[in-house]
Design a protein around this ligand. Sequence first.
Ligand code: GRF
Length: 217
Amino acid sequence: MERLKVGVLASGRGSNFQAIIDSAESGYLNIEIAILITDNPAAFAIDRAKKHGISYLVVTPEQFSSKDAYFSHISSELQKLKVGLVVLAGFMRIIGKPLIKAFRNKILNIHPALLPAFPGLHSQKQAIDHGVKISGCTVHFVDEGMDTGPIIVQAAVPVKDADSEDTLSERILKFEHKIFPQAIKLFSEGRLEVISNKVQIKGILFDDKAITNPPLS
Ligand code: GRF
């Protein structure tokens, strides 16, 4: 079977991109990373692409007359390469309709909170400010809304009284690097089905383990 071609969009340091590269190189993921597309010529993600021999494109919105034109261009670049899955690994823009339409239920995003709580920017700070005891991260399909698409995988971590935005972000990030490759694997194996905005996963044995914070005493 031909390997799934994945296009990655990233704007910054690209630690999630790195987790995906590592998962592909170790054989956990049977995918080909066809391209990195970035809107930021200074993104560290570019260095990671170069180091691993992955092609990349810098495409900035200023080169286009409208947001639709920008995302149509990205979409056609991905289609040219026969990309079957688009992964947003810290891509700091709201995705335009032309890309969503061309890749309906084929775009994954990672968000550093347990959606639908704390969508948008600075989710870790939002979680701390709200005083939640458990937060985490979510991989979801991208739709027209802001972090509203069907949820695929979530991981929960405790929020501690002494947490700062940075310490909580770091705790969550470790799990981002685990569940993003997991979700890509489930997608690449054809195990995700979206039924009325909910994702059903084929062949999963769910368990009843829960985390409580503070721990039960
Ligand atoms: C991550 O926290 C991700 O959840 C959010 O943006 C951040 C990107 O980090 N969408 P990195 O560039 O993958 O290191």
